[in-house]
Design a protein around this ligand. Structure first.
Ligand code: AMP
Ligand code: FE
Ligand code: FE
Ligand code: ZN
Length: 278
């Protein structure tokens, strides 16, 4: 068993099509894969079919970025029933907010003198979520930067010249939406400045787990998150946050996720909502 519970496809800011992602995961020996596109479940059906064909286990998932505060709070949802109507309604609203934000960002870049416009983007797939990485890719295509990272460092990161605030949902709303879809809400990459106090507060809002195993977490952070999760009865998860070639997040399967993680996550799902979808 080889597990990666955090990946993205072209339905959000990943650079690989879903089927290519699943194929690559299999080539790397991954047996249990979660697709966690930002604010979109558009890739899950294809992913499930592709995984089945390859005898792999696909965990239907989502990642919801909450409105920005000092800490970066992204909530993953595992084993979601994607078609739940109020959940879909919320995701549609988030994708609309993302589009507005992208448009405001592009306006800023235009005013800075760059020849960029919303017409540069393929917005035909209503199921996919636009984000800053797409704008970064466009700046790269136009020769303004060499990488997504450079675009963030120069223009798109919080505090930089083309930054626009994201008025996404609060953590409370994101967690409730995931639970409504019978998903297990898990805090993504807590190493990005989320304090133990905040994690406890999120637990009071219905959080069920934290992503302990993550590429940028140090051994001492892993230990610290393991202790905290044991103390307050959160499940632990892990994944690479793979976004595909040229994304800056490229280590598919390179995080060691213990086998019991998958079983414990499934058991938590069963405890909360009855059976685990197969
Ligand atoms: P957004 O969802 O539009 O707020 O953009 C956040 C996404 O940008 C994250 O999910 C990452 O995929 C990506 N990202 C954030 N910082 C960087 C960076 N320095 N280099 C490359 N990608 C980044
Ligand atoms: Fe992303
Ligand atoms: Fe994230
Ligand atoms: Zn992610």
């Amino acid at each position: 068993m080889k597990i990666d519970l955090h990946t993205h496809s072209t339905f959000s800011d990943g650079t690989l099509e879903v089927s290519d992602l699943v194929e690559k995961a299999q080539a790397l020996g991954i047996t249990h894969l979660a697709l966690c596109d930002h604010d979109s479940t558009g890739g899950l059906e294809i992913a499930a079919a592709e995984a089945k064909r390859r005898n792999m286990t696909l965990i239907p998932a989502i990642e919801i970025n909450t409105r920005e505060t000092r800490s970066v709070i992204h909530i993953l949802g595992y084993f979601i029933e994607a078609e739940e109507p109020s959940f879909q309604q919320l995701l549609i609203e988030h994708r609309r907010l993302r589009l507005e934000r992208a448009s405001a960002t592009v306006d800023k870049l235009k005013r800075m003198g760059f020849r960029i416009s919303m017409d540069d983007f393929d917005l035909s797939c209503m199921k996919s979520a636009i984000g800053r990485p797409h704008i970064a890719d466009k700046l790269k295509e136009k020769g303004v930067v060499f990488s997504r990272k450079e675009a963030f460092d120069k223009f798109l990161a919080k505090g930089k010249s083309a930054y626009v605030e994201y008025l996404g949902p609060t953590p409370e709303v994101a967690i409730a939406a995931i639970r409504k879809a019978k998903g297990v809400p898990v805090l993504a990459h807590p190493g990005y400045f989320v304090s133990p106090e905040e994690i406890r507060a999120l637990k009071d809002l219905g959080l069920e787990g934290i992503e302990v195993y993550y590429p940028t977490h140090s051994n001492s952070q892993v230990r610290e998150f393991l202790e905290l999760s044991a103390r307050i009865e959160l499940v632990t998860t892990g994944g690479s946050d793979y976004h595909g070639p040229n994304s800056g997040h490229e280590g598919l399967g390179e995080v060691n996720v213990p086998e019991e993680v998958y079983d414990n996550l499934g058991q938590r799902r069963a405890k909360l909502f009855g059976s685990t979808p197969s």
